[in-house]
Write a protein that binds this ligand. Structure first.
Ligand code: BV8
Ligand code: ZN
Length: 250
């Protein structure tokens, strides 16, 4: 793939990379995106399921929806895009700032990850806030109850109308602002406040590289948009970096 000269120059001099990722980076692992043609929101509206009131109104339905999505996640593997990002840690200080709750960046070996919207593997009691790993929860039919206080147990994900974990958001935003290059991979950039992060990075002088199969809300403000599948483009960028680094060391 022929990348823009300006981008190659940035790769030569960069020290800190940030990868701001969304559901699109996991699409090639077989996890449906939210707003694409086969997106999960198409079948049901976020208002119906990914919010606290929906959970309180019908905890079993929302719990079963997450169980269904966990099943999908458990049956998928990180793809070449996740692995390429983890491999770039050999050449740069890499931080992943993800909106995804699927744990695939961690499973691919990335070390520094900020999870803006939580993680589908973790759960907690809405009353006493005790955390439960999945395996600690008996295989109950429907929503499990807390062993300590009997409260309802929910997935540790950020629902619509809920605040993002401040340590994750601040950490991700700082990393993006200090980055030399901020890659925006597989996100429609319509969910806030997460979608502010690339904007903060740009304002702080970072070089914004968008990787997506189609233009998005961010395309106009990106310094460089590479259209195509992230599972193909990210390994190409890794190969390019290896070529550049090999040339430098001769
Ligand atoms: C908040 C976790 C403060 C759960 C998610 C009314 C009240 C309160 C808030 C709001 C409101 N109205 C609007 C808001 C703000 C709201 C919001 O932004 N709504 C949007 C939809 C308009 N935000 C919130 O509510 C946030 N909280 O604001 O709190 C507050 C509090 C109280 C009162 C006022 C304010 C919380 C937002 C977090 C919601 N949780 N997920 C779960 O997953 O079940 S959001 C969900 O969307 C996922 O996290 C997902 O990651 C995220 C963003 O979507 P994307 O990742 O971008 O995925 P999408 O499908 O959209 O796009 C995929 C992209 O990939 C596409 O561009 C496609 O082209 C591309 N692609 C596909 N295949 C590939 C590819 N690219 C490359 N390669 C491929 N192969
Ligand atoms: Zn409890």
């Amino acid at each position: 793939m022929n990348f823009k000269e300006e981008f190659l120059d940035k790769l030569k001099t960069a020290k800190k990379l940030v990868f701001f990722t969304g559901a699109g980076i996991s699409a090639e692992s077989g996890i449906a995106t939210f707003r694409g043609k086969d997106g999960i929101w198409n079948k049901m509206k976020p208002e119906e399921l990914a919010n606290f009131n929906a959970f309180m109104k019908n905890p079993n339905l929302v719990w079963e929806w997450y169980q269904h999505r966990r099943q999908i996640v458990h049956n998928t593997e990180p793809n070449a895009g996740h692995f390429a990002i983890a491999s770039l840690e050999e050449y740069y200080d890499v931080t992943v700032v993800t909106q995804n709750i699927d744990n695939l960046h961690r499973r691919a070996g990335s070390k520094k990850i900020f999870e803006l919207h939580g993680n589908i593997e973790r759960n907690y009691c809405i009353d006493c806030k005790t955390f439960y790993e999945l395996q600690e929860l008996e295989k109950t039919e429907g929503v499990p109850h807390c062993k300590k206080c009997g409260g309802l147990i929910r997935p540790d994900v950020v629902w619509f109308g809920e605040f993002l974990p401040q340590d994750q958001f601040r950490g991700g935003e700082n990393a993006a602002e200090q980055s030399d290059i901020c890659f925006v991979v597989g996100t429609s950039a319509v969910v806030y406040p997460a979608a502010y992060i690339p904007t903060s990075a740009k304002r702080a002088g970072s070089y914004i590289v968008e990787i997506n199969i189609e233009p998005t809300e961010l395309t106009n403000s990106a310094d460089y948009s590479i259209f195509g599948k992230s599972g193909e483009i990210l390994p190409e960028i890794l190969n390019e970096v290896r070529r550049l680094k090999a040339k430098n060391s001769n």
